[in-house]
Design a protein. Structure first.
Ligand code: Z15
Length: 831
């Protein structure tokens, strides 16, 4: 072995001595520091590089296997990937977490401290972006060839702080200290064109063609991150595009002395990947957003065509090589872009191109909320993508011909299904484009898919029932149990072995231990220890003391009216009023923990945060409460914070108005970690209840049909206010200014909205919710009963592994199979 060989193979070794050698080498050669001078940030980076070195062999082996094999590759197109920190997850998936913890401990360091140094890549808003991250993990673990394609935002989701109880936003400078997990691939840069106009021309074969003369060109530079599966050799790729200017300086302008003008082009171009839009389920219709979508979708499709070419596969076989999944309508422009690439650039005839396109794309819908459905005004669309508008008109003409034949004379249906909304100012409807151009359309939970078929996508369902299917969401047990909850992981693995980590259905084996008092005691201790950790964290960060024996009643998710954080707030006030009316009342102590970000422009959501913090400011210091209630709003809910919170929860709040939450995925993370759910019959809550049994689930509230009926019959929330004493007292107390130092105007918009509109039926569900919470409190008093229920919740969470979800996508939509990876040796790599 030459010297170089030795060094490189040490870098792939998982042996503890080699880990230590690499760690200290990286500290010296990458960070340029001696242990004496190094801080935790240096040690984090040294460790990140040590782990990255060990991913490389797997990544190269995977890439080489994929290049030489013809198997179908899943391309997951998503404007968001909410990955969370990589280091801990990679240590788990490599199987060297404990070794590494020992190795750094021997150097006087604490692995957890180092893990918390990582700035998490928060390239997503909430559920949709986190789902993409869980899917990418499961695809790698199941050894399925896959690429995640998205945008490398320079600024991810804003950092949330609280100022006087209000949300304040700070930019997320996650790349500030560099990113050891990515490799730029400038050699695979692509050009993306914008604006301008089109013209017709006649080619050599006398065929009429269209040429697009764009107004500007932007470069897309791929930045790749390896995504390692759990205990396998597969390392797939997350490929995120960074926008760069074609020329950094316009030398014409520069030479004319216009220095500022010379750099504007660079600034305008780089804006495309500058910042993530912080709206979740609220379409803003901004031009830059459409440009971002087209930017990453065009870059990704061009990348696929490049891969096809180096593999020597003809473009006619595109759909055999790639299954392209649209994560919501954000990448739906891909339907028109692939048509453009095939017809204008690869000169295929329309019908062939359309056949390839439809066979390639699948579309996942994630919401029933009308305000989230994307539409682009025609003038804006024309300005940004003139050629795509022509293509969409052509798709639409042929599509509507088909609808006309099937539904003879039904003009209204035609107007509803058209890719162009012509009811007032005209719009391109992205969901209609996605449906028309995909062979598969799916919802994300049973109820959601049924509602899509009956409601939002009814016309498309009636035209193509065979395209529709359900794929209930899931989450990865690697991050959400193994990494987040090491105590529970140790207990489960001691009891069942380690098979459950890749086959979560095996958790059913825990059911046999429910009647074992010793097992229950160990289970309860795990939860108690996790709660004590979180309590200590909250005290340290927020200065609020917490009783670890109180019920940890947790609602963490984006702040939205439909998710009804303010319903939970009304309940807290109801309990507070009981104490005030009867100071010695025997209440089960509770700690209410909230977390979540509001879209910066969403006034009501921000007011909901203020309401929760204002309640806390009163309740947490009122001596009459005597520590029976605590209200905590944890700032900056994120993947990192989620990993501390889910394992410590007793009660999971899933209280959206029935028919509004497409699935929810936080509900699954809580369940796996042994929290009980209080929930409405909405989204995946219904399936969670089916799995755990009604006796292990706290259900309340109107069902979806009841919500619809009440809405249709003319809902008058004021009647509920007048009928319920408890409700009236709660609302009156807010309205009086009691939580706002006498300022009755502060919460007036929220109170008036509830009394006169209440679009999410809080008042209708209030009594049912409070009664259900009383049942929660009484069950909690029987600690043994609670623990039994908690164990059964975890034991029956197997369905909600994203491995199950991904297997269904692979079998029923993508036609993708696993391709096990053989590790290349040093000689293979170098020959
Ligand atoms: C988002 O996070 C979700 C749907 C959307 O349409 C957008 Cl724009 C963002 C969420 C759903 O609200 C949630 O119920 C679901 O679990 C999640 O997507 C993943 O499917």
């Amino acid at each position: 072995m030459t010297n170089t060989d030795r060094r490189v193979s040490e870098r792939a070794s998982l042996d503890k001595r080699d880990l230590r050698r690499s760690f200290l080498d990286n500290l010296l050669y990458v960070q340029g520091k001696f242990p004496k001078l190094a801080n935790n940030a240096d040690y984090y980076l040294a460790l990140a590089h040590t782990v990255r070195d060990r991913l490389m062999q797997r990544w190269i082996s995977t890439a080489s296997a994929y290049t030489s094999q013809a198997s179908r590759t899943v391309c997951y197109l998503s404007a968001e990937f909410l990955m969370g920190p990589h280091l801990g997850n990679n240590l788990i998936n490599l199987g060297i977490y404990d070794e590494t913890a020992k190795m750094v401990a021997e150097l006087g360091l604490d692995l957890e401290d180092l893990l918390y140094q990582e700035e998490e890549p928060g390239l997503g808003n909430g559920g949709l972006g986190r789902l993409a991250a869980c899917f990418i993990d499961s695809l790698a673990t199941l050894e399925v060839p896959a690429l995640g394609y998205g945008i490398r935002y320079e600024y991810g989701i804003f950092h949330q702080t609280l100022v006087d109880g209000w949300q304040a936003e700070k930019t997320d400078k996650w790349l500030r200290y560099g990113n050891p997990w990515e490799i730029a691939r400038p050699e695979w840069t692509v050009e993306i064109r914008f604006g301008g106009h089109t013209e017709q021309y006649v080619d050599e074969q006398q065929r009429l063609r269209v040429r697009w003369l764009p107004a500007r060109v932007v470069l897309g530079v791929p930045h790749d991150t390896p995504i390692l599966g759990y205990h396998v050799n597969t390392a797939n790729t997350l490929r995120l595009w960074k926008a760069e200017a074609a020329e950094s300086f316009d030398f014409g302008q520069f030479n004319r002395g216009d220095y500022a003008g010379a750099v504007t082009q660079k600034i305008v171009s780089e804006n495309l990947s500058k910042v993530l839009y912080p709206n979740d389920e609220q379409e803003a219709g901004k031009e830059l957003r459409l440009q971002q979508q087209y930017f990453f979708v065009s870059a990704s499709l061009q990348d696929m065509l490049r891969i096809l070419k180096i593999q020597g596969v003809p473009v006619e076989n595109f759909h055999e090589k790639f299954a392209v999944q649209l994560n919501d309508t954000h990448p739906a422009i891909g339907v028109a872009e692939l048509m453009r690439l095939l017809v204008d650039e690869h000169l295929l005839v329309w019908d062939t191109a359309w056949d390839i396109t439809c066979k390639s794309f699948g579309y996942t819908n994630h919401t029933l909320m009308p305000e989230a459905l994307e539409r682009w005004s025609l003038p804006l669309f024309q300005r940004v993508l003139p050629r795509h508008l022509e293509i969409i008109y052509e798709i639409n003409a042929r599509f509507l011909d088909q609808v006309r034949l099937r539904f003879f004379g039904d003009e209204q249906r035609l107007a509803r299904m058209s890719l162009i909304d012509e009811h007032g100012p005209r719009y391109v409807r992205m969901a209609n484009l996605a449906c028309a151009g995909s062979h598969a359309i799916n919802g994300v939970a049973d109820l959601h898919t049924e509602l899509l078929k009956q409601d939002v996508l009814k016309d498309f369902y009636e035209l193509w029932p065979e395209k529709f299917s359900n794929k209930t969401n899931g989450v990865t047990p690697r991050r959400w149990i193994v990494l987040a909850n090491p105590r529970l992981t140790a207990l489960i693995s001691e009891t069942l072995g380690e098979g459950w980590i890749k086959d979560l259905g095996q958790l059913r084996g825990l059911e046999r231990h429910v009647e074992n008092a010793d097992f229950r005691a160990r289970w309860a201790k795990v939860k108690r220890d996790n709660k004590a950790d979180l309590a200590a964290h909250i005290t340290r960060r927020l200065g609020i003391s917490i009783n670890p024996d109180s019920i940890f009643d947790v609602q963490v998710k984006r702040i939205h009216e439909y998710k009804r954080q303010h319903l939970a707030a009304l309940h807290i006030i109801a309990l507070y009023l009981r104490i005030k009316a009867n100071p010695n009342i025997d209440l089960t102590p509770r700690t209410f923990i909230f977390g979540g970000k509001a879209a910066p422009g969403y006034f009501m959501a921000k007011l909901m945060i203020k309401l929760i913090t204002a309640i806390g400011d009163v309740v947490n210091v009122d001596p009459a409460v005597r520590d029976r209630l605590k209200v905590v709003f944890m700032p900056n809910f994120s993947v990192t914070n989620g990993q501390r919170i889910y394992p410590a929860a007793d009660l999971s709040e899933q209280i959206s108005t029935a028919g509004k939450e497409a699935s929810g995925t936080g509900n699954m993370k809580f369940q796996m970690n042994g929290a009980l759910t209080i929930g409405t019959m909405d989204g995946a809550n219904i399936e969670i209840q089916q799995e755990v049994g009604a006796e292990n689930f706290f259900q309340f509230g109107l069902s979806t049909p009841e919500v619809y009926a009440l809405g249709a019959s003319g809902y008058r929330p004021m009647e509920y206010y007048q009928r319920s004493d408890a409700l009236r007292e709660v609302i009156d107390l807010i309205a009086s200014g009691f939580f706002s130092r006498g300022d009755a105007s502060l919460f007036k918009p929220l109170v008036d909205n509830l009394l006169y509109h209440d679009p999410y039926f809080l008042l209708a569900d209030f009594d049912s919710y409070v009664a259900c919470q009383d049942e929660v409190a009484s069950v909690y008093r029987d600690a043994d009963r609670w623990t039994r229920m908690a164990i059964l919740n975890s034991a029956r969470s197997g369905k909600f592994s994203s491995d199950r979800t991904i297997l269904q996508y692979c079998d029923e939509i993508w036609g993708a199979k696993s391709v096990p990876i053989r590790l290349l040796t040093q000689e293979d790599v170098e020959s």
